[in-house]
Structure formats: C-alpha cells, structure tokens
Write a protein that binds this ligand. Structure first.
Ligand code: ASP
Length: 590
C-alpha cells in the first residue's frame, strides 16, 4: 500500500495513529541527531521526523534524500513541539519508522515552492515541475472546479454537451486559421476551428435546442502578450430565444459560478449600450470598479482662443479625485510622455489642479480666466484637491486615449480592488465596422450576427454612413474591464444571410463556396436562434484577480507561440513532406 492518507490530511485527532504517506521531498533540514523532511503531494505538506538515537540507519538513509525524491514512509503521528500555524497539518508530524525510496530525482532546475527562483522560460520548459508548485497547481484545481460547475449548471438548465469537429474547413474571416494538410487529398487542407460557430448553428437547425461545449478554439493571430493560439471557450447556443433569454441564462451561469466556486454573490448585472459605454468610459469593456467617468467639455472650452481646443472634434476629461497635490510638474511631464508613446499616441495632456487652498494651477492657465477654469470644475464635479486631466482631438481616438489614462489613474490610485467584481452587459453593438485599410466593412462580431429587427430594412438600402449606424443584436459580458464573453442573435434566413455576406464584400460565389452548407441548412426549417461563448481561460483569471491566463492553462505556449517543453512547432521528416504533398506546388511550378 502506498498510502493511508494524503500529505494534506493529518490533524491532531490522528495523533497516535500509524500511517503510510507517499510524496515528494520538498526540503530536508538536518540538526544534530535529528532530520526533518517536508513531504509534499497535491493535497499538502506533512513534516516527517527522523531521530538518530532511535534508528541511526533510518536517519542515515533519510539524509541521503535529495529534493524531489519520491518516497513512501510509514510512521506514527505525533504532536509537534514547534507548531506551524500557517499549514493545515502544522500541528503534527510523522515519527518515521520505515522509509522506501520509490524514485530518485535530479536536482530540479528551480525551487519548487510557493516562491520560486525560476524564470518564465525555464519554468515552462519544466512545466511538470512548475505544476508541483502550490500556486500553479491551485489554479488548475480552480479551473477544474469551474468546468464542473459549468457543466452542472448548464445540464440542469437543459443544455446538452455536443462535440464538434476539430478538422474543419478554412474560412478566411475573423482571425487567421491554423491549417492541417491532408494526406489522402493531395493539395487540400483542413483548418482547426476558430470557434464551433457554424456547427452550433447547425445543431440548432438539427433541433438540439440547447447546446453547450467546453471547447478548444484555435486562432493564428499575431503575437501579443498573454495571447494563446489555442484557448478554451464555454460555447453555447439556444433556439427560440430572444436576447433577454440568453442574457438571463448566462447571467445565471456567471452568478452560479461566482457563488459556488468563490462564495461571492453577484448583484444583477447592469446593461449598457455600446454607445453609452464609449461616451462614458471610452471603451466597450469598461472597468466599473471605479467611476472617473468622462466629462465632455466642448461647450465649456471652445471659442476662447485656445487653438488646440478650438480645432478639436472632442475635448474630454476625467477628474482624478484628491490627486492635485500628488502630481508635481515632473510627474505630469512623465504622465504626458506615457500618453505620447506610440501605443497610445496622445498629442498632449492638459491638467487643471484645484488645490485644497482654493488656488488653481493649470497648463492652460495662460489661455483661460480662473473663472472659466472654475466652471470646468463645476461641470466635472471636481472638488478642492482634485485634478482634471483633459485630452483633445478626433473623437474616437481621443476617447480611446482617455480610456487608457482612466485605467492608468485607476491603477495608480488603487481603485482596482482585488476581490471586487463589477460585471455588466454591453449591448447593441454596431453590426459593421468600416476598415479604412481594406476600404470595406467587417462584421463587428461575426457575419452570422443578426441586425436588430428595426434595422433589417435599412440594411441594404443605405450608404456607408447608414451602414455604420446599423445595430446588431450582439452583446458582451464584461467583468472588471475584461471581455469575458460575447454572442448574438443569429440570422436564420437564407436571404438575409446572403445580404449580409454581400455587405461584407463577398461575391455570391465566394459566399456559396465558404458558407453554402450553412445557408443551405437555413432552407430546411432553421429555428430562430442565438448564443454566446465565454472565454474560459479569461474567466478563470478574472475570478482569481490575475492578469495572465497562462497559469490557468496546464501546458501553455510562450509569447512566441512555442511550447518550450515539447519544443513545438518543430520540423517534420522529409517523408512527411512528401506524404502530405507539401512539395506538390513547388514541383508543379518547376
Ligand atoms: N463564436 C463566437 C466567438 O467565438 C461567439 C458566439 O457568437 O457565440 O466569439
């Protein structure tokens, strides 16, 4: 028998019992005639005790144990004289009577404890060692609980889990596809799904009514910090539903998960239109843990002879409470430089400090009377001690820049409190997005999203400006400034779907070649339907107050999209090139 108990289980009530434990040697401490070992498994750490005067041979064997040796011990539970209140098993230790070495270990390349000395790359190369560490292991356990609770809730609400294929057809919309060459069909390729979108819609046509799947998705996007080429979604679709039915169901799921896994009761989620979110926060995923809402100042500041403001489409600011005294000229300069970095691209920053003593200091003090500045304060609700930060320029860009500044100020002012969760639904997204570069429209969500019913008429009749105004029955769930999920009511009618593809610049032939299977299915009694997908990795990270999704993935890729542990991607053998007909093109050309 390898064990009677786990390393996280024994307490005072077990004192006197003879037990068997198995696990890894985390650390060994030798003092005079005594040796202490911390033995670890998934469940915790238990202290082992060896005494030279009781059994010299056993103690000598214990002193041979290196870090991460795998051992089995038999012994008696006894009360510790020197208790460790930080450990659930800290009141007891095992007086070892028998020790078996089950396996040896090389010296690990980094310390396997809460805090480690290993850098990112090294830990990813030895991910199986990193997972032995408490914080990494706990995140995977958390993820597992979340997945189980998701399945519980959805199956209790009538959803069935259906697996959809991973080898599908490449469709050049959204992100880039990962492709898989076919051996049996020379020159042809499968693609890995960016999401099961078309399949879940076909399941609705098939009458499955409520579908879900916790599913891997693959997107070959450009590298960015914290982006994983494969990630997991809680993917869902429902028939005969309105937007409200979907929002309520998935608000219910979210509340259930927070309650069951975190013990947090979330209040009802507010709804905010896309336009309102942009106006008030400059972002379609506002962090509502703090206010600092946008204050539009066009009326207050224009026509007073300050050309930067006069020529701007929008002058807009935020009021940073109590920050007037905290920012020296040098700090303001640094903040301005931060805003001027290419990632943000603001031209400049105007500040107005409303000092505690009633005086006012501003970078535009030369251009505006004190009375004018006071009227801004009133408009912005600024009190003595507060500081107004103002940006000006083209509306859309300026809002984006100010949104970055708002988040940065929120961070600096400690307003993004851990353990506080502020969910909201952002609704009524634009249907289409104009892309200057390619001079065509893209679907803001995806091409299967339905316009709002009242906009269907305008859909084909209008010009470019009308097209930009079309609204979709699309929605996002946002928590603490992170997009957790998004979905929409879908088009379920062939004619409307064809229209939409046309708007998006597809020729009839292209639409037919790529999505004919879906439009064909719509001709056989497609029910009205809609759905949503949550980013599962992101949900885990946000619930745990973490920035990065990487640690919630057992075997993640690094920022270059590489798996350092198995060393992928990697070259393939010459025979494979041939078998997969990958030399075909070249030889045909030559
Ligand atoms: N398939 C969509 C996505 O991956 C989600 C949805 O519309 O249900 O974003």
């Amino acid at each position: 028998m390898y064990r009677t108990h786990t390393c996280g289980e024994l307490r005072m009530q077990h004192v006197g019992n003879t037990v068997v434990l198995s696990g890894w040697v985390q650390s060994r401490r030798d003092f005079g005639g005594m040796t202490f070992i911390d033995l670890r498994d998934r469940y915790g750490i238990t202290q082992l005790f060896f005494d030279e005067s009781t059994d010299a041979e056993l103690c000598a064997l214990a002193r041979k144990l290196g870090r991460e040796y795998v051992v089995r011990v038999e012994g008696k539970v006894r009360e510790r004289s020197n208790k460790n209140p930080d450990r659930p098993t800290g009141d007891i230790e095992i007086e070892v009577q028998k020790l078996d070495i089950l396996n040896e270990s090389k010296v690990p390349p980094f310390t396997i404890e809460e805090e480690t000395d290993g850098g990112d790359e090294l830990r990813m190369t030895y991910r199986y060692l990193d997972i032995r560490r408490e914080p990494v292991k706990e995140k995977l356990i958390f993820r597992s609980k979340l997945a189980i609770e998701t399945r519980k809730y959805l199956s209790e609400h009538g959803f069935i889990e259906v697996e959809t294929p991973f080898l599908i057809k490449s469709t050049p919309e959204g992100a880039r596809d990962f492709v898989v060459p076919s051996r049996l069909h020379a020159g042809q390729f499968y693609a890995l799904p960016q999401s099961p979108q078309t399949f879940k819609q076909l399941l609705m046509v098939a009458g499955m009514d409520k579908y879900f799947q916790i599913v891997k998705c693959f997107r070959d996007e450009d590298l960015r910090a914290d982006r994983q080429p494969e990630f997991t979604q809680i993917d869902c679709e429902m028939s005969f539903v309105s937007r409200e039915d979907i929002l309520n169901t998935f608000e219910g799921l979210t509340k259930h998960l927070f309650k069951e896994v975190l013990g947090v009761a979330l209040p009802d989620f507010p709804r905010m239109s896309y336009d309102e979110a942009l106006r008030r926060f400059g972002s379609d995923k506002p962090d509502l843990r703090f206010g600092m809402e946008f204050v539009e100042l066009n009326e207050q500041v224009k026509g007073k002879g300050f050309s930067v403001f006069d020529s701007a489409e929008l002058v807009v600011g935020i009021c940073a409470e109590g920050q007037a005294a905290a920012y020296s000229n040098k700090d303001i300069k640094k903040l301005t430089e931060w805003l001027q970095r290419p990632q943000i691209g603001a031209k400049g920053l105007v500040y107005v400090k409303f000092n505690e003593d009633g005086s006012i200091k501003s970078s535009v003090g030369k251009f505006f009377e004190e009375e004018a500045l006071r009227s801004w304060a009133e408009h912005a609700g600024a009190k003595p001690g507060d500081m107004l930060l103002i940006l000006a320029g083209e509306a859309e860009k300026t809002r984006k820049q100010l949104s970055e500044l708002r988040l940065e100020m929120g961070r600096r002012m400690g307003l993004m409190k851990p353990g506080v969760f502020k969910p909201l639904w952002v609704v009524d997204f634009p249907l289409l997005e104009w892309d200057e570069e390619t001079q065509r429209f893209h679907a803001m969500h995806h091409p299967f999203t339905a316009p709002k019913r009242e906009d269907v008429e305008r859909m084909l009749s209008g010009d470019r400006e009308t097209m930009k105004q079309l609204r979709a029955d699309a929605y996002d769930l946002v928590i603490n400034g992170a997009e957790i999920g998004g979905g929409s009511i879908r088009i379920h009618d062939r004619a409307l779907q064809e229209k939409n593809f046309k708007l998006l610049g597809f020729t009839r032939e292209e639409a037919e070649a790529q999505f004919g299977f879906l439009m064909g299915a719509f001709e056989y009694g497609a029910p009205p339907h809609g759905g949503i997908a949550f980013g599962f990795d992101r949900l885990c990270a946000v619930m745990q107050g973490q920035q990065s999704i990487r640690d919630f993935i057992a075997f993640p890729k690094n920022n270059q999209g590489r798996d350092l542990m198995i060393d992928a991607p990697s070259p393939i053998a010459e025979e494979q090139w041939e078998e997969l007909h990958l030399c075909l093109r070249q030889s045909e050309d030559s």
